[in-house]
Design a protein around this ligand. Structure first.
Ligand code: BTN
Length: 272
């Protein structure tokens, strides 16, 4: 039988130190591992076993990092990979995409405020610098009678990795903070800033609902009022991004009318 992974000793861990230094009402406990298959998968197992809200799981590297739509998430050493367990009360399954949006706002604001990089958001879950992806968010939920039993919010940030370590096909689409800033950044500090902002935007969402998030998301969106192609499997829809709906769907103006997009990949057209 495979041995369960053993977390890094908390007393000497700079991530635990950074974690204990932020004022928190939701995020209670951190488990930090050198390697996990996926922090989302690990936390979902604990979620199924009844783990209370507020556990954060962090791994220095992931062997089977997961991305949206069954893609993989390249997770070499130097990146920041963590997941958060939440148990929001009375959250309809349809509202979960808004947590992806509020997490995106939190990450974009931290990268902008802490490093001065001009960040933007691409629907639904990409954080970009100059049109290249620097971070991704994977929110997974477990449902009970149409309501959310728990949510796992997974965040991957290309921080101190260099692009050479990325698969060839990603090198043109991705960037890393190290590439953008030309220096190595302090990961524990970035981690604590992001958790602090995450809590702020998440609590705001729970308290005031989607109107408190969407104006900020809209402002940060790289393709608002811009021509785009939406790819949904083999289907392609061409139009102009018009808005984000109350449930986190994207609203596109197409030649035949407005269309609500629930899933898909956005490509911004460069001509206007
Ligand atoms: C995406 O952009 O497709 C989402 C990427 C999410 C990656 C993070 S890394 C931490 C957490 N664990 C995973 O396996 N995936 C998420």
């Amino acid at each position: 039988m495979r041995k369960p992974p053993i977390p890094i000793e908390p007393q000497t861990d700079p991530f635990q130190h950074a974690f204990s230094n932020i004022a928190r009402s939701i995020l209670k406990r951190l488990l930090h591992f050198e390697v996990l298959p996926s922090t989302n998968t690990y936390l979902k197992t604990l979620g199924d076993m009844g783990e209370p809200e507020g556990l954060v799981v962090l791994a220095d590297t992931q062997s089977v990092g997961l991305g949206r739509q069954d893609r993989s998430w390249h997770s070499p050493l130097g990146g920041l990979y963590f997941s958060i367990l939440l148990r929001p009360k009375n959250l309809a399954a349809t509202e979960t995409p808004l947590i992806t949006l509020s997490t995106g706002v939190a990450i974009a604001k931290v990268i902008h405020d802490a490093f001065g990089c001009k960040t933007s958001l691409k629907w639904p879950n990409d954080v970009e610098i100059n049109g290249r992806k620097v971070a991704g968010i994977l929110v997974e939920q477990s449902l009970m009678n149409e309501e959310t039993e728990y949510i796992v919010v997974g965040v991957g940030i290309n921080a101190n990795t260099s692009l050479i370590e990325f698969p060839h096909n990603l090198q043109k689409m991705a960037t890393t903070l190290r590439e953008e800033l030309d220096r190595v950044i302090e990961l524990p500090r970035l981690f604590s800033y992001i958790l602090g902002q995450f809590e702020f935007w998440y609590l705001r969402f729970l308290d005031k609902g989607f109107p408190a998030i969407t104006p900020h998301w809209r402002k940060l969106c790289s393709h608002m009022e811009k021509p785009v192609i939406i790819t949904i499997g083999k289907e392609r829809i061409t139009g102009t991004t018009k808005d984000i709906d109350y449930d986190g769907c994207l609203i596109i103006q197409t030649p035949t009318g407005r269309q609500k997009i629930r899933v898909g990949d956005v490509t911004q057209l460069k001509y206007e």
